[in-house]
Design a protein around this ligand. Structure first.
Ligand SMILES: Cc1cc2nc3c(=O)[nH]c(=O)nc-3n(C[C@H](O)[C@H](O)[C@H](O)COP(=O)(O)O)c2cc1C
Length: 327
């Protein structure tokens, strides 16, 4: 167990924010599998201040998924403070996180996300202003730098702490790396050694053993998992179990996988309606069957689904085919 400000987390497994993924449907699943803390997908400060309906809905939080961190991104002091205030007053979340790692051009162009990593003074100004403007604890999620020549990771972490951030999550890649290469966990250790607030290590955890190794190698307080849990919520349960007991259950049946896939679909339909839900299932479906025997055909079919019935039929056909055995 560890704490961020006075919020107690039940374990050291944290789920990363993922745009287009980390909505209530996904988050409640992560919680049921035992996550200690879940981040919601990033929301735009400007969209919040304009009262954009879709964005305002994105800051809704249900009690079952708490403790929950809501993340906001922005590059202008005034609007990011305003956005954070709207979250503070209108969202049932526990923590407000500032995005200082998003590498995509649309976000960088507005001087937000990882672009901030080039301007430590601006980071200080933003974090301090947000901390002063809101009641909820404020945290920062950062990459280690812009590119290999501009890695101010330790300096930035210290600046965030000084400005009042209550924890830092570090994705140990530069902006330039995007998602390529390997995350360099040595920076997580350097940051952990340099600040007193909790440090959440992030990057390339895909097994419970990876999580344990990151905790041991870096001394970080918690691990954050992103892509590893896509279509694989069992990783959350397995990691919690492994960190507590040194073993974990590896036995996940194909029936269980399909059950979870259709359950995820039902939650998305309840949240967004069938049409939008099925567009999102075109990603989730293939993730849930990754690695299953003979799944390339079913993966392709799942990536094109348009209706709930389509998806259920694909599952049924795959199951029947398996029962009949190889021809
Ligand atoms: C589809 C996708 C969406 C993401 N969206 C966000 C986001 O909204 N905010 C953020 O801080 N990071 C975002 N990230 C980065 C992740 O939170 C995480 O830092 C990164 O994937 C590295 O962790 P991993 O190796 O465990 O996936 C996203 C990553 C992916 C794959």
């Amino acid at each position: 167990m560890f704490k961020i400000a006075d919020i107690e987390l039940q374990n050291r497994v944290v789920i990363a924010p993922m745009a287009g993924v980390s909505n209530i449907a996904f988050r409640t699943i992560m919680k049921e599998f035992g996550a200690g803390l879940i981040y919601a997908e990033m929301v735009s400060d400007k969209a919040l201040t304009f009262g954009n309906k879709k964005t305002v809905k994105m800051i809704e939080v249900v009690d079952e998924e708490r403790p929950l961190t809501m993340q906001v991104f922005g590059g202008d002091l005034e609007t990011i403070v305003e956005g954070a205030k709207i979250i503070d007053q209108h969202s049932n979340c526990d923590i407000i996180d500032l995005n200082m790692g998003c590498p995509v051009n649309k976000v960088i162009k507005s001087d937000a996300g990882a672009k901030l990593l080039l301007d430590p003074q601006k980071i200080y100004t933003i974090v301090k202003a947000v901390v002063e403007a809101v009641e909820k604890p404020v945290t920062v999620k950062m990459r280690i730098g812009w590119d290999k020549n501009t890695i101010y990771a330790v300096e930035i972490a210290q600046i965030c702490e000084k400005a009042g951030a209550k924890a830092i999550a570090v994705h140990a890649r530069t902006r330039k790396q995007m998602y390529s290469g390997k995350a360099d966990w040595s920076y997580i250790k350097q940051i952990k050694d340099a600040v007193d607030i909790p440090v959440i290590g992030n990057g390339d955890i895909t097994t419970p053993e990876d999580a344990k190794r990151m905790l041991e190698e870096t001394g970080c307080d918690a691990v954050m998992i992103g892509r590893g849990v896509l279509g694989n919520p069992w990783l959350v349960e397995q990691t919690v179990q492994y960190l507590e007991t040194g073993t974990y259950n590896r036995d996940i049946s194909i029936e269980e996988r399909f059950h979870r896939m259709s359950n995820h679909m039902e939650r998305l339909i309840a949240l967004k309606g069938e049409k939008v839900a099925m567009l999102e299932m075109r990603n989730h479906g293939p993730w849930y069957v990754k690695g299953l025997p003979g799944a390339s055909h079913v993966r392709k079919a799942l990536s094109q689904v348009s209706t709930k019935d389509d998806l259920l039929q694909i599952i049924e056909e795959y199951q029947n085919h398996r029962k009949e055995g190889p021809h």
